[in-house]
Design a protein around this ligand. Structure first.
Ligand SMILES: Nc1nc2c(ncn2[C@@H]2O[C@H](COP(=O)(O)OP(=O)(O)OP(=O)(O)O)[C@@H](O)[C@H]2O)c(=O)[nH]1
Ligand SMILES: [Mg+2]
Length: 249
């Protein structure tokens, strides 16, 4: 059998190679840590640990640099990275985008944390810019929901109640009731650190870098850009406006 024939026949079975994402839409890549409930159980403080937050921030930083994301948002073990229509990395190949983003984030997180961890990756696409803004508002809303629930759950667990009892106690409680429950333990949920309630944003900012041109023997200034990490994100309507200003038309 000729090698070329074999190659052609075998390639036919690589069915996902030809799947492309849309080139004319906004793209969000969302990644999520696999089994982080178990992974974090004995390694990190509950409900939130700044060390885990900082490892998580390393991962979207790599997506900003390597994949040239416009903006990334992270909370808990989740990351969303957004790209404008026409972005074109890996020629819009779905298989490359999900596998390489998961590979990049998993390796960067593992390197930062020093323990092996891995992430899944999925693609979200939409042509309307307003829907992209709502996408991030939706993720932030979920961050707030998880944070309130996590604070309630771990406060009660640390008070000595069993997991089963706590799950039963929290079942059906609305936001106000959950906040009132935390108040009984002298915790004002609205005062817990913003990054826990609203997540962390990564965007690009310009700055002027001063240098020296040895040929002209003079000081020079150059415009550069760097990643800005926002631990105090706006929320609700103000977050909507922030995204409106950030994402290009
Ligand atoms: N201890 C600790 N746990 C955290 C922290 N941030 C997120 N987690 C945990 O990470 C988990 C993330 O939840 P999920 O992504 O829904 O669950 P998962 O176990 O990762 O499951 P899959 O994503 O389906 O694989 C939750 O159990 C959170 O409590 C933190 O700062 N400290
Ligand atoms: Mg997870």
């Amino acid at each position: 059998m000729k090698a070329q024939e074999l190659e052609k026949r075998m390639r036919k079975y690589e069915s996902f190679r030809s799947v492309l994402i849309r080139s004319d839409a906004w793209t969000v890549i969302r990644l999520d840590g696999r089994s982080f409930t178990q992974f974090t159980a004995r390694r990190f403080r509950k409900p939130y640990d700044e060390r885990l937050r900082d490892f998580m921030i390393e991962a979207p930083s790599a997506l900003m640099q390597d994949f040239q994301a416009i903006y990334c948002y992270t909370f808990s073990d989740e990351i969303s990275a957004v790209f404008a229509p026409g972005w074109g990395l890996f020629n819009w190949r779905h298989e490359k985008l999900v596998s390489l983003s998961a590979g990049l984030v998993s390796s960067v997180f593992t390197h930062a944390c020093g323990e092996p961890a891995h992430f899944d990756s999925r693609i979200w696409q939409c042509k309307q810019r307003d829907e992209v803004i709502d996408y991030f508002c939706w993720r932030q809303w979920d961050a707030a929901r998880c944070a309130l629930h996590g604070w309630c759950y771990w406060t009660l667990r640390q008070a000595g109640l069993s997991s089963e009892t706590v799950v039963g106690m929290l079942d059906g409680k609305n936001r106000g009731e959950q906040k009132a429950l935390l108040n009984q333990y002298d915790i004002d949920f609205d005062k817990v650190p913003s990054w826990q309630r609203h997540g962390v944003g990564l965007s690009w900012e310009s700055y002027t870098k001063s240098g020296y041109d040895p040929i002209k023997a003079q000081a020079v200034e150059a415009e550069r850009r760097r990643i800005k990490i926002q631990l105090q994100l706006a929320s609700g309507k103000a977050y909507h406006e922030f995204l409106h200003d950030l994402l290009p038309y």
